[in-house]
Design a protein around this ligand. Sequence first.
Ligand code: PGA
Length: 255
Amino acid sequence: MSPTARVLVVDDDEFGTAAADVVLGLLPADEPRLGIATGGTPMPLYAELARRAQRGEIDLSAAYLIALDEYVGLGAQDCLSYSAYVHTHVAVPLGIAADNVLVPDGLAPDPNAEAEAYEQRIDDLGGVDVQIAGIGSNGHLAFNEPGSPLDSTTRVVALSGQTRSDNARFFDSRSEVPHDAITQGLATICRARAVVLLARGPEKAAALAAALAGPVSTEVPASVLQRHPAVTVIADRSAATELPDRLETRARNRL
Ligand code: PGA
């Protein structure tokens, strides 16, 4: 792992608070551009940000939200789309206008062109200040599945069987999980000025250890973060069980 990376290992009930503290500490005050991961892992973080906004402790209403990915075939009106997720769990609770929310259009007639345009939109906005990311049980980062080039940019990808099975819990059945997605590439994600990688649950333990302590490899796409100069990892105890002692020791010292 890059020498500047921080690894925080926390109890599950303090996950949201710890993640919120880290993210808010990294965000610039002026028009922050926050990269949004979807899925189950960041939910305690978004709930904590919403709580703090509701209490008037933070004001992120001028922030831009930039999603990592979207399913091809699901539109913003579909409650299972990542667009719906970003609006429901982040934009609305934080009082962020829809104009400040960027998500690839899963219904674009030409998904490849949409992917290219999305990459450009991120650049035009000045890039991402703080990217929140999760990790797949197969080591994927956003929808960059094993085998993804480390220098990849935003593009259309086929979801792996593992990812479709993992995400089936959000759908009525596995067969309803889309087969393709538009995802920011690994190089796109690495252009964020800071990355906060979140992992919860024992099913993430092997992938997290491989990403942080194994070789940088296209087979473990999240390992590309070892090359990023400003990564903070927040893991609950069950996701941290396979981390080598040297990483966890550093974590405990920093808590
Ligand atoms: P999850 O997904 O948070 O729903 O586990 C994480 C990921 O696939 O990156």
